[in-house]
Write a protein that binds this ligand. Structure first.
Ligand code: G3I
Length: 360
């Protein structure tokens, strides 16, 4: 019996008319009243609970894999699917025209291959991290630069990267259709189809994905994504999947039933779906941190359970895995969005994901 249970039993016994024990020995101040949470490396791997039906991964940073043994160990123990948080993006690779640096991307690929982990490439075409020099090029020059980028990058990892986020976040937030980006301005709406075709030529076996946020449940943006990928299919574009990023705020969530029906309608197009960048912000929730982390556990559980129930939901990727490093802190402010805390210890969110993967 552990210490906490013993104290509870001692407290309850008199109320139960049992034998009144002598006053419990004073608890030394240093004794922890509750056991500290287990480390990520000490608990069951999420990937093991999900296999073989689906992959479970997280976004990682090359510099952290290189410099933080605890980060690398926690990731390698828990996951079987790797996404570079930023190192594979065009803006990070080709800062000057023709001068490509794949060093950090190669580090992540090497880390994954050394451990038999699958790799998702992210992201070939994204306005959020593209070379600044594109703006100064003519449309034909942009087309050539984009083709070179896709051919070189996908070709470099041919047969080693199983899936690519080919185009990321091309749908506008204001429901006006395609987002106004350098690609749309220079190449017109066909840039999306062209990017998928070039990627397929460079690696015919890779799963090619359209990835977006704010389109997880049902609504105009989700309809816009659905219509976009259906039109691409109609044109014979080699698209194989859709990534639903799942950057959630626990204070304003899509309905689980809407996520399920959205996944199902994409699956009925013959596409795979994946949860591609999941994190759950809780700073805006009322209550204590403990209460908010319990709410967070339920959100992670309910969303992962939707994926587990959808046969065509083949992968789940969290956008980071420790609250020590999350883009959320810079973008939204301090929060606790991920599965493990700043010291790589288990949070209730991890238990929510594990329970969902186990069908509990
Ligand atoms: O680590 C370096 C540091 O050494 C350097 O001093 C500093 C200044 O150059 O940069 C640091 O790297 C930055 C990295 O975040 C880590 O903080 C990169 O410059 C910066 O570009 C990078 O931002 C990433 C962002 O995409 C843009 O690529 C975020 O990590 C990443 O979480 C975010 O992820 C996006 C997805 O790709 C698409 N969906 C939305 C999601 C969140 O914005």
């Amino acid at each position: 019996m552990n210490h906490a249970a013993a104290v509870l039993l001692l407290v309850l016994l008199p109320a139960c008319g049992g034998v009144r024990p002598s006053a419990p020995a004073a608890v030394p101040a240093s004794a922890p009243l509750t056991p500290s949470p287990a480390a990520a490396t000490e608990v069951e791997p999420l990937a093991a609970a999900a296999a073989p039906a689906r992959l479970v991964g997280a976004a990682v940073q090359a510099s952290l894999l290189r410099t933080e043994p605890a980060y690398a160990a926690a990731f390698a123990h828990q996951f079987d699917y790797v996404t570079a948080e930023f190192e594979m993006k065009w803006g990070q690779i080709e800062r000057q025209p023709g001068q490509r640096d794949y060093g950090r991307a190669d580090e992540i690929v090497a880390f994954a291959e050394a451990r038999g982990l699958r790799i998702k490439g992210h992201a070939l075409v994204w306005h959020g991290d593209s070379p600044a020099w594109l703006e100064s090029l003519s449309p034909p020059e942009v087309r050539i630069a984009l083709e070179d980028h896709i051919r070189t990058t996908v070709g470099r990892y041919r047969g080693r990267i199983v899936a690519w986020d080919v185009v990321n976040e091309a749908i506008a937030d204001d429901r006006s259709g395609l987002r106004d980006t350098v690609y749309l301005r220079k190449l017109g709406p066909t840039y999306i189809a062209e990017a998928f075709r070039r990627a397929h030529e460079a690696d015919p076996d890779a799963l090619l994905i359209y990835n977006d946020y704010g389109a997880e449940g049902r609504g105009r943006k989700s309809d816009d994504v659905y219509n976009l990928v259906r039109d691409l299919q109609t044109q014979g574009v080699p698209i194989g999947g859709v990534g639903l990023q799942m950057h959630l705020d626990a204070a304003s969530l899509p309905q689980a039933a809407d996520i399920a029906s959205n996944m199902r309608r994409l699956a009925e197009l013959g596409l795979l779906v994946n949860i591609s960048e999941m994190d759950v912000r809780v700073a805006r929730l009322p209550g204590s941190l403990a209460t908010r982390l319990e709410d967070q556990r339920r959100v992670y559980h309910d969303v992962v359970a939707v994926c587990v129930a959808e046969p065509r939901c083949h992968a789940i990727t969290f956008w980071g895995f420790t609250d020590r490093y999350s883009w959320i802190d810079q973008f939204y402010g301090p929060d606790d969005p991920l599965l493990f805390d700043e010291a790589y210890r288990v949070k209730p969110a991890y238990n929510g994901v594990m329970d969902a993967l186990r069908g509990r």
